[in-house]
Design a protein around this ligand. Structure first.
Ligand code: PHE
Ligand code: NA
Length: 457
């Protein structure tokens, strides 16, 4: 049997895991979620979710990958025969995410160029839906939007190119460039943003705690949703990545580092985004909350409609700020896309016993073809719908399956605990089993019910 690929170094693995975690979710999902869910008070449900679910599950997934040394279906299958489907379910979710995540990165590539001469003009919203996505003509549905095709091709060539080169020379090498570069660029953005007029108003809107919100169960649901998406857990990714760890690896410590690095980046993004929004409110003579209600402060709207408006008003060299912002999106996005795509590349190559290259061509190629569906006139609403279902059902359900299966039906958590403790400095105790076996299943079960009821309303 071929020797399993391995990371070249601990730092390489950590950068890849951080690369997966740090993504669009940090930049445009966290700031808006925190703002809408109690501002500074969100820290309580958020930390609770991070410490009782996020990091404990990360430890569990690293342990599963490290112990069973396979892609998610293979590792789950080795753990217990009947569990293989759970890996495929996670791989399927990752596959679906990759089809639209790639398109958003392609948009960000185009917007990096548009930033140079502020091509979106005076009305970025109209530019985005009209000129760029070509959605305004309601009579025409379907048909590819040509502007997106070239950057989308670039996204897939880069992603599949790195994946084809393998774990150490491909995935690790990519993240060793992308993540440090992302940090530097993003720090420059944040520093520029907090020195803009009105930044303070944005920051106080973001940080001022609304304590009453903590009593709202929806806020807790939002915190869990954010942690799962943001840490890339329950998506087969972290199991796959940790399956390439050398025998001697500190699992628990690595999980804490990944978790805290991701959260730090999230908070940094919150500061940058809200400082910029404060500046925009200031220049329009509005309050931050008025502006937030009118324009929205998250998601695609934030990046491709609100930010261009902000960028155009930045004193000095606005184009530079724009380039830094969109290139950051591209880097954060690509490192996550590489990780999502690796899950099915690894799973397919192990299942059908074909080479990595073939699996990259078939699996990645299929995803690339499907991604074209979002590069059509109906693409944006399709993307919204798919993203909605993934966020509301895919994540909670797959997290719930995973913890229940591993904690209740797989000879208990003690075996995993012993495995992790053998290689790690920090020793897991009963608290870890309590978090995974009791607290997290209850919260996720509740979350599923809430989401389903919301749908009925
Ligand atoms: N964790 C990434 C982010 O925050 C997104 C992601 C989700 C990546 C699921 C892979 C899988 O944007
Ligand atoms: Na993240």
């Amino acid at each position: 049997m071929e020797q399993r690929a391995q990371w070249g170094s601990r730092v390489g693995f950590l950068l890849a895991a951080m690369g997966s975690a740090i993504g669009l979710g940090n930049i445009w999902r966290f700031p808006a979620t925190a703002y809408e869910s109690g501002g500074g008070a969100f820290i309580i449900p958020y930390l609770f979710a991070l410490l009782t679910a996020g990091i404990p599950i990360l430890v569990l997934e690293y342990t599963v990958g490290h112990k069973f040394r396979g892609s998610a279906p293979k590792s789950f299958g080795r753990l217990r025969k009947g569990f293989e489907w759970m890996g495929w379910w996670q791989v399927a979710i990752a596959f679906v995410i990759s089809t639209y995540y790639s398109v958003i990165i392609a948009w960000a590539i185009m917007y990096s160029f548009y930033s140079l001469n502020l091509s979106w003009g005076d009305d970025p919203t109209n530019f985005f839906v009209g000129d760029f996505l070509n959605l305004v003509d309601p009579g025409q549905f379907g048909g590819l939007v040509p502007k997106v095709l070239l950057p989308l091709l670039a996204v897939w060539v880069i992603t599949l190119g790195f994946l084809g080169r393998g774990i150490k020379k491909g995935v690790e090498a990519a993240n060793k460039i992308f993540i440090p570069a992302l940090l530097v660029l993003f720090l420059i953005i944040v520093i520029r943003a907090v020195t803009l007029d009105g930044a303070g108003d944005g920051l106080s809107a973001f940080f001022t705690p609304q304590w009453s919100k903590i009593a709202d169960p929806q806020v807790w649901v939002a915190a869990y949703g954010q942690i799962f998406f943001s840490l890339s857990i329950a998506f087969a990714i972290m199991i796959t990545y940790s399956s390439y760890l050398p025998k001697k690896s500190d699992i628990t410590n690595n999980a804490f580092i990944t978790g805290f690095a991701n959260s730090s980046f999230e908070i940094l993004a919150g500061i940058g985004v809200f400082a910029a929004i404060g500046f925009m409110a200031h220049s329009y003579g509005m309050s931050v909350s008025e502006l937030a209600t009118e324009k929205g402060v998250g998601g695609i709207g934030l990046a491709f409609m609100v930010f261009p408006e902000i960028i155009s008003q930045i004193p000095g060299i606005p184009g530079l700020f724009g380039v830094l912002f969109f290139v950051s999106l591209v880097l954060a996005g690509l490192s996550s896309l590489i990780s999502i795509t690796e899950t099915y590349v690894a799973a397919v190559s192990e299942k059908f016993n074909i080479s990595r290259i073939k699996s990259v061509i078939f699996g990645g190629g299929l995803s690339a073809i499907i991604s074209l569906a979002y590069a059509t006139k109906g693409g944006l609403s399709l993307l919204d719908t798919v993203d909605h279902f993934i966020n509301n059902y895919g994540i909670a359900l797959s997290g719930l399956f995973e913890v229940v299966a591993l904690a209740w039906f797989a000879r208990g958590l003690k075996g995993f605990q012993a495995h992790a403790n053998e290689v790690s400095d920090i020793h897991l105790g009963g608290w870890w089993r309590l978090c995974l076996g009791v607290i997290t299943p209850i919260v996720l079960g509740y979350m599923m019910v809430q989401n389903l009821r919301g749908e009925v309303k």
